[in-house]
Design a protein around this ligand. Structure first.
Ligand code: NAP
Length: 249
């Protein structure tokens, strides 16, 4: 955890997995974290709120689909209005709906693009307007190694993550002149509920390909996100940092 300075952080998909680790790592006492989630079962989100509470961080959880333009924009705008500033936005919410290319339905393709890429665009656009005015801010998009190397069964997911990387670079170029940095992380194989759904045989094959010899943990990604949002990364923008134990070089 970093020392809080009354900063305001927005994290999509903060109820569990990598998003929860980001909420906890990015913030410190005195900070404010807004995060969203989509599961009607609020238990995981409430646990994240409790953990932030214990760390002296004010937390606001909201349930909505990040792929909904009105709700995503309103979430960002209301947070900025209530706090009077916006320091960091982390577009982390993501889903998979795997199927081989020839069997993938239009619904599977479009839903994954909507949540992973279009939702990130809605939040990024709303946050950019606030950050450009205040002439500071950092945005980090959570992409994936799949966006660069592809993955069988994940045409939708890989396309959404490649799109996120292109969105990152374009936004970085457009916003740099106003003091706003935009970067991405591309995790490899991280142990969360998302990867728990991967069949054991495939998971073992993937782990065997990781040069550092282990699957990643949510904190491994969260630490890099916190670095990208910190002053130590003040001269970094438009970058995609791979956090995969060397899976992609
Ligand atoms: P996870 O454990 O499945 O968590 C996903 C998070 O996204 C949850 O908080 C979930 O909230 C939220 N979410 C899902 N659909 C949403 C929607 N429509 N609107 C708002 N929130 C939504 O996944 P994870 O492994 O932590 O992944 C986090 C990010 O890292 C994703 O973008 C993923 O693609 C990326 N990533 C993960 C890995 C990996 O190995 N795990 C590798 C590369 C990239 P609810 O539970 O409430 O729905």
């Amino acid at each position: 955890m970093v020392d809080g300075q009354g900063k305001v952080h927005l994290v999509t998909g903060g109820s569990r997995g990598i998003g929860r680790a980001i909420c906890l790592t990015l913030s410190g006492p005195g900070d404010v974290v807004y995060f969203n989630h989509y599961d009607p079962d609020e238990a995981a989100a409430q646990e994240t709120v409790a953990l932030l509470d214990q760390a002296g961080v004010r937390a606001f959880a909201q349930k909505f689909d990040v792929g909904d333009p009105e709700q995503s924009r309103a979430w960002v705008e209301q947070a900025a209005q209530a706090q009077g500033r916006l320091d960091n936005l982390i577009n982390n919410a993501g889903i998979t709906m795997d199927a081989l290319l020839v069997r993938m339905t239009p619904e599977q393709f479009e839903r994954v693009l909507r949540v992973n890429l279009v939702g990130a665009f809605y939040c990024l656009q709303a946050a950019a307007k606030v950050m450009m005015k205040q002439r500071s801010g950092s945005i980090v998009n959570v992409a994936s190694v799949a966006g660069q190397i592809g993955n069988p069964g994940q045409a939708n997911y890989a396309a959404s993550k490649a799109g996120l990387m292109a969105l990152t670079k374009t936004a970085a170029k457009e916003l740099a002149g106003r003091g706003v940095r935009v970067n991405a992380v591309a995790p490899g194989f991280i142990e969360t509920e998302m990867t728990a759904a991967v069949p054991e045989k495939i998971a073992d094959l993937m782990k065997a390909m990781i040069p550092l010899g282990r699957a990643g943990q949510p904190a491994d990604v969260a630490d890099v996100v916190a670095f990208l949002c910190s002053d130590a990364a003040r001269y970094l923008t438009g970058q995609v940092l791979h956090v995969g134990g060397g899976l992609y070089m």
